[in-house]
Design a protein around this ligand. Structure first.
Ligand SMILES: [Zn+2]
Length: 444
């Protein structure tokens, strides 16, 4: 156990905050550290990219073995607000059977579990599968270069029979969880100009367009408080999710009251009236993320502004194609803005939804291993969020992708006092050892 924690402690000590450009050196240091461990064990290393490189390390056992591609990321979220941490975020602390530190749950804990599992098996001469570690350095920036970097090692990754992605958690203590779907996301920024300057609202009211009013009306036409998006053809490509699947998804869900409490909102407003609990997982959604216009400082200022800017994002479910949705949104906005005003619509990012068939040999075997360790049936579920790497690896290689992990609810990812349950950390290493020493044979 001591060895496992030494590796993790060292990983946490590197301040690999990808959002902070002053931390580039930390990325070099962590790469050197991981490299130094794996090179001793005969891994072949490839480092792709400069600032936040993709780290690939491969260990081949035999040509008759299956090859498992293991994905984790080594960059972390910023630590602010620092005063809310009970410890130094970059110094690992163990307290009340929890390991604390920035990145311990997302995703350095999983990364170190994988290294530890493989090192153990090599020592015990029990490693049965070829392993390719795929450690990303800019997941928290939205995996901007992941596809490009993966392309550079495409021939190498073509050998992978199964991808294991460890960047999620379990829905409950001792309930192993595999995610078979995640939503995609498109992020938009819309600016509109109604003229060259602000105007007196007494002199020009009733005579000119107000950009705030324009955007309020535009977004009301896209989606009101109650219903679905009203952009024509928006839902055409969605996979129809059966009642059976919805029922399966709600069995492990919390109740509405718990969600209300956890979110701190005064009222919930679920879209799905029949399956409110999973409203954010099984439907696409649109949220306005920010809006700026007019005068909001102290006291009155009677103007009609000439400019407004709005940021909004759309989450997609399987089989919606971001390209198609972008063109539908562009057309809708073009057709619903007054014709003579000026506007600019930018797409800041776009990632496809992830959806995989989990009724597959590898899922069966891996879920059995998980069930043995945790003593409960494995839950197959979906998430409303997005992990670009999952979708990119699936689209590129079309191999089974098992998205699972060992952190628990309350692990405070992206927040102060991020933590990983110590028992689960050790159990996770056991599971990984069992997977990597398992003889996979699809003729079983
Ligand atoms: Zn993560």
């Amino acid at each position: 156990m001591k060895n496992y924690l030494t590796i993790l402690e060292k990983l946490i000590s590197f301040k690999t905050v990808s959002a902070d450009s002053c931390k580039i050196n930390e990325f070099k240091r962590i790469i050197n550290f991981i490299k130094s461990i794996l090179i001793k064990e005969g891994f072949k290393i490839d480092i792709i990219g400069k600032q936040h490189p993709l780290f690939i390390a491969s260990k081949f056992i035999s040509t008759s073995s299956k090859t498992i591609g293991v994905y984790c990321h080594y960059d972390v979220q910023p630590v602010e607000p620092l005063d809310q941490w009970n410890c130094d975020p970059f110094k690992m602390v163990i307290k009340n059977n929890k390991i604390y530190g920035r990145g311990v749950a997302d995703d350095k804990g999983h990364l170190s579990q994988n290294i530890s599992a493989v090192l153990d098996l090599l020592k015990e001469k029990k490693l049965k599968n070829n392993i390719i570690f795929i450690f990303e350095g800019e997941e928290e920036l939205g995996s901007l270069n992941f596809e490009k970097y993966v392309n550079e090692v495409k021939n190498h990754l073509n050998k992978v029979d199964l991808f294991l992605l460890n960047d999620v958690g379990m829905i409950k203590n001792n309930v192993p969880t595999i995610y078979y779907a995640l939503r995609g996301i498109i992020y938009f920024e819309l600016e509109i100009w109604t003229g060259s300057r602000d105007l007196h609202s007494g002199v020009y009211g009733n005579l000119v367009y107000n950009p705030i009013q324009i955007l309020i009306e535009l977004f009301y036409r896209i989606r009101n408080l109650k219903g679905n998006l009203k952009i024509p053809k928006f839902y055409n490509q969605c996979r129809k999710i059966s009642i059976k699947e919805k029922k399966m998804l709600i069995t492990e869900e919390k109740d509405l009251n718990t969600i209300k409490k956890a979110s701190g909102v005064f009222a919930l407003n679920p879209l799905d009236k029949n399956f409110p609990l999973i409203s954010s997982k099984i439907h696409p959604s649109l949220e306005v993320n920010g809006f700026i216009s007019g005068y909001t400082a102290e006291g009155p200022k009677t103007i009609i502004p000439n400019y407004a800017k709005i940021k909004f994002s759309i989450r997609l479910i399987e089989y919606q194609d971001p390209k198609n949705i972008i063109s539908l949104v562009k057309d809708f906005i073009h057709n619903n803005l007054p014709s003579q005003i000026k506007y600019s619509l930018k797409v800041l990012s776009a990632s496809k939804p992830f959806y995989c068939d989990y009724k597959n040999y590898y899922f069966k075997k891996v879920s059995k291993i998980l069930e043995e360790e945790f003593g409960n049936k494995c839950v197959f579920t979906r998430e409303g969020g997005s992990i670009p790497a999952a979708e990119i690896l699936l689209t590129k290689f079309n191999k089974p992708i098992i998205l699972t992990g060992f952190i628990l609810p309350g692990s405070n990812i992206h927040a102060p006092n991020e933590n990983f349950d110590l028992k689960n950390f050790l159990k996770g290493i056991n599971v990984l050892k069992k997977i990597y020493s398992f003889y996979f044979s699809e003729n079983d």
